[in-house]
Every structure is written in C-alpha cells, then in structure tokens.
Design a binder for this molecule. Structure first.
Ligand code: HEM
Length: 355
C-alpha cells in the first residue's frame, strides 16, 4: 500500500513537472518567435555565438513553423508512456554526432548497400542504443505536415533537447538546418568515445568534434540519467588491470552493490542505473556521485584526474544552474560537429533509408 502510494506520488510529481515544463517551453518559444530569433548569433546562456556553418535558430520558421511543436508534443507523449525512453532519445543525438561523419542522421540508417557493409548502428559501440522506431514516427508525422523539409539529423537534435527539458533538465534554443548524409558504415563508429577510455583518448575524440575539456565535463553530466549494461563497466568491479582487486577509485560498498546487481555469473546483459540516487530526473547528482566514487564508467572517473576538470566538477556539484548553463552551450557545440548544410546532403523521407 505504502509502495503504491509512493509510485502514485512520483507519477503525479512527474505529470505536474511535465505540465510546468510544457508551459515554460511554450512561453520561451513564443518569446523567441516574437523577437525573431532568426539567424541570431548573440552569445549568452542558451545562445552561444554560432559558428559560420549554416545552422541558425528558427530555421523552419517559414517552411515548417509547426515542426518544433510536433517534435516536442510527440517526445512528451513517448516519455509519459515510458520515462526510460528519455535518456535513450538524448543518447541518439550524441552517437549520431560522434560518428566520423558528424551530425548527419547516419546513425539512423540501415545498410545503404543492401547489407554488404553493416551500418553505424550495428557497431558494438552503440550497445543498448534504442528509440529508432520513435524517431521514425516523428519523421512520418513531419512528412505529413511538411514533406521533404525537416532533416533526420535536426529531428535528433530537437528530440535530445525536448527529452532533456521534459525530465527536468535545461531548455535551449537549438540551431537548425542540418542536412542528412548518404553513408553509414560500422567503421565510422571508431571515433565514438568508449566507457573504458582514458582522459587523453576522450579529449582526442572530443577534439575531433571540435569539443574541449569543458564540453567533456558538462556533457558527461548527462550520465545523471539512464542505464548501462554490466559489460560497460564490470571490468572495474574485480581484477581491475589484473590486480585481483576492484578499481580503487570505485567506492568499495558501491562496487559490492554493483557486483551483486550484475550477478549471477556476472551477467553482462543486466541493466543498472547510471545514477541510482535520483532516477529519471535530469539534475546535477552525477557530479556528487563522481566526487563520492560512485560512477559507472572509467570515462566518468577519469575526469577527476585533471585539475581544471575537478574545479568544474566541484562547481557543477554545488550549482545545478551552472551545470545546466554549460550543458546547454556544450550540447549546441556537439550539434555543430561536421554538419552538412546548404546544398550538401539531402532531406530523407524515411530516416532509416537513403533515396
Ligand atoms: C564522454 C564520453 C561518453 C562515454 C564513454 C559514454 C558511454 C556510455 C555508455 C557505455 C553507456 C551505457 C550503454 C549501455 O551499456 O547500455 C552510456 C549511457 C548513456 N549515455 Fe553516454 N557516454 C559518453 C558521453 C555521453 C554524452 C555526451 C551523452 C549525451 C549528450 C550521453 C548520453 C548517454 C545516455 C542518456 C545514456 C543512458 C542511455 C539509456 O538509458 O538508454 N553519453 N554512455
């Protein structure tokens, strides 16, 4: 009974939160279109200076004015139905942008040569990646509203933005105008940051997307939500680097808890929350976990090895607003990675197929 009440209370809390966020997003959208944020390049929180790559705010204002509303309403509906889909939807944009061909919607493609070359999505680097069917649903709706206008790459960026805001995270104005690529090869995923990467490798892979240490620290904060398979972190739990001991940076009690969750027989298919302390809410808890030795991946833990990164981690742990501001700026930076604009690429009709 008590448990039922708790579930009901958190369900109501979620609904109220969703309602509030919808209103805030609606108001900010209205304010943005009123002040004509078209081609705007003002710097400031949520409005970083835009690089000269062809992306701009309110890109679909004239050609498909309802595009952003359609995406937002559908994303909110999906999350109402299943809150675990929010992290999955955010992650798709990151995986699209960190493939070697950048944010061009290629993560959504099936094999483009009849199965001879496996596509990006077949790479083990995309373990657990899901939500492809929901992106396709949104695409179909947009094709009905305004055929041939909104790219799959832009849909991924908008979905990530709206999923973040829906679960309590920041809202930002997303520069748009990306076009879709024609190629998707499994080998394009070699540039994808991996959970056992050390800091140097992470920085190199981020630099290839024109992202720096600050972006790395802020974007890693998204691991405050979502889940991971045991195989993404279980090398840290025992015999770490052949020491017959767990990773010493992992809090021993937490390592024990994770070992229990990943048993029996170290089941690699089990899913564990990235952050068990505030499940389903986009907040700054990740940074508190990091400082307490309670994060899953080596790539998370490695951030503490850098002095500048540690200062940021402490700041974000103390100040959620600072984290939200930097996260908004950094995810916009991520969305600039090697984009196709103007006459490059095309606008797919179906996100999983080139035509
Ligand atoms: C810094 C480098 C990063 C590495 C090495 C990394 C790695 C991973 C891994 C291994 C998982 C668990 C996958 C699984 O086992 O199922 C995961 C989950 C996740 N990652 Fe990252 N990630 C990184 C950065 C990011 C960024 C920049 C974003 C988005 C902006 C992101 C969003 C997510 C989300 C939302 C989840 C949970 C997915 C779900 O619940 O379905 N990650 N990440």
């Amino acid at each position: 009974m008590k448990k039922g009440f708790k579930v009901l209370r958190s369900g109501m809390h979620f609904l109220i939160q969703l309602l509030l966020i919808s209103t805030v997003v609606e108001l900010t959208h209205a304010a943005a279109s009123k002040s004509g944020h078209r081609g705007l390049s003002t710097a400031g929180p949520g409005f970083p200076a835009l690089p000269n790559n062809g992306l701009r705010f309110n890109f679909y204002g004239a050609t498909c004015p309802q595009a952003e509303n359609v995406v937002r309403n559908m994303v909110q509906g999906f999350i109402m139905n299943d809150f675990t889909i929010a992290p999955a939807l955010i992650r798709l944009h990151f995986h699209d942008c960190s493939a070697s061909n950048g944010c061009d919607g290629s993560i959504l493609l099936n094999s483009v040569d009849g199965g001879k070359t496996p596509p990006e999505k077949a790479s083990p680097a995309n373990i657990g990646l899901r939500g492809f069917d929901l992106v396709e649903e949104i695409k179909s709706e947009l094709e009905r509203e305004c055929p041939g206008i909104v790219s799959c790459a832009d849909i991924l960026a908008l979905i990530a933005r709206d999923a973040t805001a829906t679960i309590g995270g920041p809202f930002w104005f997303e520069p748009l105008g990306r076009r879709d690529g024609f190629v998707s090869k499994i080998s394009d995923m070699v540039t994808m940051p991996a959970p056992y990467d050390r800091l140097g490798t992470l920085l190199q892979k981020f630099a290839a997307m024109n992202l720096n240490l600050v972006d790395l620290v802020a974007l890693s904060g998204v691991h405050t939500i979502g889940r991971a398979h045991c195989e993404s972190f279980n090398r840290r739990l025992s015999n770490f680097h052949r020491t017959h001991k767990p990773d010493p940076t992992l809090k021993p009690a937490y390592a024990n808890q994770l070992r229990r969750q990943c048993s029996p027989r170290n089941n690699t298919a089990v899913l564990v929350p990235n952050n068990p302390f505030s499940i389903g809410i986009f907040d700054n808890q990740y940074y508190l976990n990091l400082l307490a030795g309670k994060v899953l991946f080596t790539s998370d833990e490695e951030l503490l090895s850098n002095r500048r990164a540690r200062v940021l981690i402490e700041q974000f742990a103390n100040d959620q607003f600072a984290f939200f501001n930097q996260f908004s700026t950094s995810i916009i930076n991520l969305g600039n990675a090697k984009v196709l604009t103007g006459r490059k690429g095309n606008i797919r009709k179906v996100c999983s197929r080139v035509h």
